[in-house]
Design a protein around this ligand. Structure first.
Ligand SMILES: NC(=O)c1ccc[n+]([C@@H]2O[C@H](COP(=O)([O-])OP(=O)(O)OC[C@H]3O[C@@H](n4cnc5c(N)ncnc54)[C@H](OP(=O)(O)O)[C@@H]3O)[C@@H](O)[C@H]2O)c1
Length: 438
């Protein structure tokens, strides 16, 4: 049997603790796959006094990254500290000292990926990051290795478990947004500060990484149009349901001539299709490749053990040398990757519009008139009777036929400006094209 591989774990929070447990509890199984034992030599966290109940002697835990980076017996370091700093400095220190790194930190990669990967290449080291994108779903390996023969045409996915938990629970429990967010926090599905999950930042950072892998371009995540779920209310979910749809936070990247059409926004997906049937904290990714056709991946995108599953798989890949080969041959997160040209913003699609209007004659005609002036034709209208009336107005819901998305935005702005609506109107895309790939 080969010498054991010694691993350093930086961060002993949710994921780090899961990784230590998995490496210890499944040691025999992991040894079989790696061809040698993988042992946790050291771990680093902030609070060394805290009892984490881990199968790791107290003298193996410290608060100094140098205890891992400068230990020559450690060849692989697992970076499970979130945020940009000190995570970035820690990654640089580990690479500078010759460690191969595995990380789950998507914010760090989306922000500083090319710089860090360039350093790793210079040092002859690798960075593995499967857990950073969709937790337990092996989407990085799928795109960069298993689907390598394909020209990827599009990626469409639910990449944030917190927002999916909120949207699906609102529908299932007929609960409003604030109540459901509080429940998600109480049950551990949302952070105390959920901003980056519900405003779409987290999904956008993941989409930027996926788009890089799939299309070979570097996408600054801040350039991707993004709308969160904070303004989705129960009425919208109910009206979408009446029309046969569910609302999900969908990340999309697809080829459009020489550009990438990308966005993260709540959208309507047809009930019965895989994205609509993705409930709770699950993630899902649909990919179309020119040779393979449409593929669908579904699983837990976060959580202690699903994420640890991906971290440990990356450690094994690093130990057996697979990561280094992929890293060398695919140019992943290469600083020389061309910048993505994002757009066109104008997409031909159906739209779901919700207006709140005064309950009086002529309003519907005025709204449909403005839509007509912008070349938008209507597929269906829902207007419940005045029993639904509230201070905020009567809801009027319109599903359009496929038309240019920018024309719809202009029409909705014109309707709001015409003074017939109360408050800001809502416009969501309808993602209809779930047809078997040719
Ligand atoms: N949680 C998930 O389900 C999940 C899923 C996919 C990806 N991720 C990513 O994985 C990473 C870790 O997430 P997490 O949920 O495990 O975070 P977490 O529970 O907050 O744990 C972070 C760990 O980092 C340690 N740490 C922070 N600053 C440090 C410093 N200056 N020096 C040493 N240690 C420091 C903390 O030490 P103390 O414990 O002593 O405070 C803690 O152990 C993040 O990038 C996250 O986005 C998480």
């Amino acid at each position: 049997m080969n010498e054991p591989v010694r691993v350093g774990v930086v961060g002993l929070g949710t994921v780090g603790s899961g990784v230590v447990r998995l490496l210890v509890d499944s040691a025999d199984h992991i040894t079989r796959h790696a061809g040698r034992k993988i042992v946790v030599e050291r771990a680093v966290c902030r609070d060394v006094e805290k009892d984490r109940g881990l199968p790791l002697a107290a003298d193996r835990i410290s608060s100094d990254i140098h205890d891992i980076s400068r230990d020559p017996s450690i060849s692989v370091a697992v970076l499970l500290v979130g945020g940009l700093e000190p995570a970035r400095s820690m990654m640089i220190d580990l690479l500078e000292h010759g460690k191969d790194v595995v990380t789950a930190n998507k914010a760090l990669l989306a922000e500083h990926g090319p710089e860090l990967f360039e350093l790793a290449r210079r040092k002859g080291r690798s960075i593995a990051f499967e857990p950073a994108v969709a937790g337990g779903i092996p989407i990085v390996a799928a795109i960069s290795e298993c689907l390598a023969a394909n020209r990827i045409e599009s990626i469409r996915g639910i990449l944030n478990g917190t927002s999916n938990f909120i949207l699906s629970t609102m529908e299932e429990d007929a609960a409003d947004y604030a109540e459901t967010l509080a429940r998600a926090q109480a049950e551990g599905y949302a952070e105390a500060d959920p901003a980056m999950d519900v405003d779409g930042t987290d999904a956008t950072q993941k989409l930027a990484i996926l788009a890089h892998l799939a299309f070979g371009v570097w996408v600054p995540w801040g350039d991707i149009p993004r709308t969160g779920i904070e303004e989705i209310d129960l009425d919208l979910i109910r009206f979408a349901g009446e029309l046969g749809y569910r609302i999900r936070l969908i990340a999309v990247a697809r080829r459009a001539d020489d550009r990438l059409a990308m966005r993260v926004a709540p959208a309507l997906v047809k009930i019965g299709t895989p994205l609509a049937e993705t409930h709770g904290a699950y993630n899902a990714v649909s990919i179309i490749g020119d040779a393979v056709g449409r593929m669908f991946f579904h699983g837990l995108g976060a959580g202690q053990m699903p994420t640890a599953s991906a971290v440990v798989a990356d450690i094994i890949d690093t130990v057996v040398g697979r990561t280094a080969i992929t890293f060398r041959t695919t140019g992943v997160l290469d600083a020389d990757s061309p910048a993505a040209r994002i757009g066109p913003a104008d997409i031909e699609e159906r739209s779901f519009l919700r207006f709140r209007v005064a309950d009086k004659p002529g309003v519907l005609a005025q709204i449909t008139g403005i839509l007509g002036e912008h070349g938008i034709s209507i597929a269906s209208v829902i207007q419940h009777d005045a029993a639904d009336a509230a201070e905020s107005g009567v809801p009027l819901v319109i599903m359009t036929h496929a038309c240019q998305s920018q024309a719809v935005q202009r029409a909705v702005a014109a309707i709001d400006a015409a003074g017939v609506t109360r408050g800001k109107s809502t416009c969501l895309s309808v993602l209809d094209d779930w047809t078997p790939a040719k």
